[in-house]
Design a protein around this ligand. Sequence first.
Ligand code: KG4
Ligand code: ZN
Length: 345
Amino acid sequence: MTNKDLKNIIILGIESSCDDTSAAVVRDGYVLSNVMATQDVHKKYGGVVPELASRAHQQNIIPVVDDALKTAGISVESVSGVAFTRGPGLLGSLLVGTSFAKALALARDIPLIDVNHLQAHILAHFIFEKGKETEVPKFPFLCLLVSGGHTQLVIMHDYMKMEIIGQTIDDAAGEAFDKCAKVIGLPYPGGPLIDRLAADGDQNAFRFSKPRIPNFDYSFSGLKTSFLYFLRDEIKKNPDFILENKNNLAASLQKTIIDILMQKLILASEKTGIREIGIAGGVSANSGLRKALIGEAEKYGWKVHIPEFMLTTDNAAMIAINGYYKFLKGEFTDQSVAPDARWKF
Ligand code: KG4
Ligand code: ZN
């Protein structure tokens, strides 16, 4: 049981699992601030460099928390609890947020709440918006979690009760976007750039292979190879092939990834009978995926939940909301807690 009668619960959330340092303040389920410092230092390396990420988190964390509290108009003395990402993620990066949260909880003598980053992406759907409080998903809620490191189909039975019914056996959907983007010369992270290029391309211009994986599981490594081999052959015939076909390549690749994602989501909905459907994680910002979800919703009678753009990629508001629901249940951790780079829920 969740004690929803508790009022004026102010949670400070800290996110530092990868390359974004973020802090947010949530009061009684409403976001008061959500501040982000993105690290541009990784761009020239074509991916996140863990050592550089943790160093940048150390530089960013205090100003970002300060900004989040000031923007929310909240003094540190009035914070009821501090929530942080314990994992999964990069160990060095997680360590910065974890250490900060532990120190703050100790200094202020307030509850310390450990949050699973993946659960938090899904729980972002349970952030209240004024006047739209009743629009949060009803349980059971079937959510497709698509990020840079994970692709999972999750049934949410209750706020903290989540069941993974399917997941990728190799690459994540975001990884497929990023790796294929790199092949056509786009900088990291390529997902958003593919999305933009795809808008002016023909999604049926090229065909790439789709996996045949049983149950609700996914696979994206075959697509990556098929994309690579296709380009290798075309470049042999025309060295300017990529340059001349960037939009069509992006659109066709995006369509293939979306088809793969939607096929299992539809199957999962059919098999479980759940029609309360959502998407979460960085790739849920993809305009094609958002459109596909709305299209299928009409066809299958789904009630769909699509997160606001700022709640799709890594952010601390989702950590704070997760902290809020754990606070209501009295689920706290203590000073012995350590980050867990592979933390499963
Ligand atoms: O959830 P997230 O911010 O970080 C992880 O927890 O991994 O997801 C990052 C991933 C990256 O792979 C990025 O390319 C992808 O989300 N992404 C997108 C879009 N925006 C972000 N992929 C496709 N289309 C987008 N618009
Ligand atoms: Zn994430």
